[in-house]
Design a protein around this ligand. Structure first.
Ligand SMILES: Nc1ncnc2c1ncn2[C@@H]1O[C@H](COP(=O)(O)OP(=O)(O)OP(=O)(O)O)[C@@H](O)[C@H]1O
Length: 277
C-alpha cells in the first residue's frame, strides 16, 4: 500500500507490478570440483520480496554474485527486464550491472567507518554522478544541479529509513542495527531496479531483526523496490516475503509462496527439519 508520495523515485524499474523484473535461467557455476550452482532458475516479479533460502553452502551467495557480476556463470542466462526490453547481465562487469539498477548489500558491513551517515549515503550516488571533477569543484552549472538532485535523493532515503538523528554521526560510532540500516540506505540511494540483500539480519538480536525487517518492508511497499533477500531466519522469510526459492547443493529444490514452501517435504528434509512439521 502506498501511503506516501515520493518526489524522487528511489525505485528505477520501469516494469509494471507483478511482471518479471529479474529472470535467472539454468545457471551453472563450477569452482574446480565444486558445482556451486547447477541449473538454477528464478523469476523475481516487480514489487515483490523474493527470498532465497537453503542450508550453508547451498549456493545462495554464489547466485547473488552471478547476478551482480562478481562471478561469471559457465552456463545460463540472467536478464534484467525494463518496460521496453530486457538486458543480458552475464558477462557484464559489476559496476556496469550496478549502473543498470542492481544494488546489493553484503554479509559483512561494507561502509566507510570514519565518514558520516550522510557521506556514506552520498557514496551510494557515486555511480550516477556523471560530471567531471573540475566543474564539481568550481560549483556551478550542471554539476551544481546534479549535486542538489543527488542530495534530494539521499534525503528521501534518510526520511524513509528514519536516519535523521544519526545523519552527521560517523558510521563507526553507530550500533550494529543502525549500521545495517545505513547499508540498506546506501544501496537504496543507488536507485535500484532490484535490491539484492545478502543476509542483512545476520548477527542481529530479535529486536534488531524485527526493526530491519520493517524497513525492508517499507523499502518494498513505500518505495516500490523489488528485493531479493537471502535470509536464514524463517520467521522473517515467512513474515515479509512474497515468493521463496529454496536451494540445496546448488540445485533448486522448491519455489513458491512462503506457506507452500514451508510445508514442502523436500524443503523440510533438506533445510527446515522436523521442527517445521
Ligand atoms: N570463490 C569461491 N571459490 C571456491 N568455491 C566457492 C567460492 N564461492 C563459493 N564456493 C563454494 O560454492 C558452494 C556454494 O557456496 P555459497 O557461499 O554460494 O553458499 P551459501 O548458500 O551462500 O552458504 P552460506 O549460507 O554459508 O553463506 C560452497 O561449496 C562453497 O564452498
Amino acid at each position: 500500500m502506498i501511503t506516501r508520495e515520493y518526489r524522487f523515485p528511489l525505485n528505477s524499474s520501469t516494469v509494471p507490478a507483478g511482471e518479471p523484473v529479474l529472470t535467472v535461467s539454468d545457471v551453472g557455476l563450477r569452482f574446480g570440483g565444486v558445482q556451486a550452482l547447477d541449473g538454477v532458475g528464478l523469476t523475481v516479479r516487480q514489487g515483490q520480496i523474493h527470498a532465497v533460502i537453503g542450508p550453508n553452502g547451498a549456493g545462495k551467495s554464489s547466485l547473488l554474485n552471478c547476478v551482480s557480476g562478481l562471478y561469471r556463470p559457465q552456463r545460463g542466462t540472467i536478464r534484467l527486464s525494463r518496460a521496453d526490453a530486457a538486458v543480458d547481465l552475464v558477462g557484464r562487469r559489476p559496476h556496469e550491472i550496478a549502473r543498470l539498477g542492481l544494488a546489493r548489500s553484503f554479509q559483512n558491513i561494507e561502509l566507510f567507518k570514519h565518514l558520516t551517515v550522510l557521506e556514506n549515503l552520498m557514496l551510494g550516488r557515486h555511480h550516477r554522478m556523471s560530471h567531471a571533477l573540475l566543474p564539481a569543484l568550481v560549483w556551478f552549472g550542471p554539476a551544481r544541479r546534479q549535486e542538489i538532485e543527488h542530495r534530494a535523493m539521499v534525503e528521501e532515503a534518510i526520511d524513509l529509513l528514519e536516519l535523521q538523528v544519526v545523519r552527521h554521526q560517523p558510521v563507526g560510532a553507530l550500533s550494529y542495527g543502525y549500521a545495517k540500516r545505513v547499508e540498506l540506505g546506501r544501496a537504496l540511494c543507488m536507485q535500484p531496479a532490484v535490491l539484492l540483500l545478502d543476509e542483512p539480519m545476520a548477527g542481529m538480536n530479535a529486536e534488531e531483526k524485527e526493526s530491519l525487517a520493517r524497513y525492508v518492508l517499507d523499502v518494498n511497499e513505500l518505495a516500490g523496490v523489488s528485493v531479493v533477500l537471502i535470509e536464514h531466519d524463517m520467521d522473517v522469510v515467512m513474515d515479509i516475503s512474497h515468493a521463496v526459492t529454496v536451494l540445496d547443493f546448488g540445485r533448486l529444490i522448491a519455489e513458491g509462496p512462503p506457506a507452500q514452501v514451508r510445508s514442502d517435504p523436500a524443503v523440510i528434509n533438506a533445510y527446515l527439519g522436523e521442527a517445521a512439521r
